[in-house]
Ligand binder design. Structure first.
Ligand code: ADP
Length: 341
């Protein structure tokens, strides 16, 4: 600890105790647009507070490989508008192993790194919690996920960009669907949560939505399509991938049999993860990055930055024994059907 004397107001002298910290930042798990904006905010907040900051390449794999490097304000120049993560990311199975984490901890302790900002999802936070509990650096997480499915926050970084990317695709599909009188199934990401599917269906005027929370059988869907109502020449059904990415192909085949219409399938896939982050993602990421650093300096740890009722606050890491955040209000499904009549 360094002790500094600084001149204060009215010629008095104020004694400030400045801890010397070293902070490591990493991005881990699934990438999401806006991670770079969060990274930039972390690095520049550290610069502002005079903290040494290091980047770790490829998430926890970089810790295993001891692949860390010093960063400064210039290291994050011109990255706020870029998708993906300039630190790169990984799914590192080895990090589940205590002995591997122990080596990482020894490495970090030897490097005198005492603070960690982990940008990622539930899995990333679990890994970081183990590391801290076992004697590693104090950690604050920043939630990054295009699914918006992390318990404790109303928003995860990357969600708005993914939503707009998928919406843009649906608008384009609508053009061709209308021109050719075609029926389409558009499959979005979203394993456990249907936020992405529901939002783009409402915003894109899709006729039906299938989400993991409110599943509908193919028979029910076929009955809805065949029900007497305003005759539509084209139709868009948004399907969240749920546990079976690519499942819309099978659904389309079953629907063809049951309704005798032809269906085209468009699986949006990984394009939803890419692209330049929207203003919303950049702004939330910037606030969260700064909050993460300030919280660590205030002695807080094992929290993630979050948005609750429009405010940036800290929230406990999600409980791994509990399910993730998901749609709870069937209103979205009903609204979509009311509006697409
Ligand atoms: P996300 O962070 O997006 O949820 P993952 O679930 O793949 O993505 O988690 C990211 C990484 O976090 C994993 O590849 C692994 O290195 C680490 N991790 C996840 N769960 C654990 C765990 N139970 N113990 C230790 N490390 C974990």
């Amino acid at each position: 600890m360094e002790e500094l004397w600084q001149g204060g107001y009215c010629n008095c002298f104020v004694k400030l105790k400045i801890m010397t910290h070293k902070l490591l930042v990493l991005t881990s798990g699934g990438d999401s647009p806006g991670m770079n904006a969060a990274l930039r905010s972390v690095v520049r907040s550290c610069h502002y507070y005079g903290i040494e900051v290091y980047g770790c390449r490829r998430g926890y794999q970089g810790l295993v490989d001891q692949d860390i490097f010093p960063m400064d304000a210039a290291s994050v120049a011109n990255c706020i508008q870029r998708g993906g993560t300039i630190l790169q990311t990984s799914r590192c199975l080895a990090f589940h192993d205590y002995a591997v984490r122990e080596k990482c901890r020894f490495f970090l302790n030897a490097a005198k790194i005492d603070l960690l900002v982990a940008i990622g999802g539930d899995g990333t936070f679990r890994g970081a919690t183990f590391l801290e509990n076992e004697g590693g650096p104090k950690v604050i997480g920043i939630p990054g996920s295009i699914d918006n499915d992390i318990v404790g926050t109303e928003y995860t970084i990357g969600y708005d960009t993914a939503r707009n990317t998928a919406l843009d695709a649906i608008d384009k599909i609508r053009d061709t669907a209308t021109s050719h009188d075609r029926y389409f199934l558009v499959e979005t990401m979203g394993r456990r949560a249907g936020f992405l599917a529901a939002d783009v269906a409402i915003a894109g005027g899709a006729e039906y939505i299938i989400t993991p929370e409110f599943p509908i059988s193919v028979e029910e869907l076929a009955a809805k399509i065949l029900a007497p109502r305003r005759k539509k020449q084209s139709l868009i059904i948004v399907v969240a991938e749920a546990d079976h990415p690519g499942r819309s192909v099978a659904i389309a085949k079953q629907l063809e049999k049951l309704t005798s219409f032809e269906y085209r399938v468009c699986i949006l896939g990984h394009m939803q993860r890419g692209g330049s982050p929207t203003a919303m993602d950049r702004i939330h990421a910037s606030y969260m990055g700064n909050l993460a650093v300030e919280s660590l300096l205030a002695g807080k740890s094992k929290y993630m930055t979050s948005i609750q009722q429009g405010q940036y606050v800290l929230a406990p890491f999600p409980d791994p024994s509990k399910p993730g955040r998901c749609l709870t209000d069937v209103k979205v499904i009903n609204l979509d059907e009311i509006l697409s009549v």
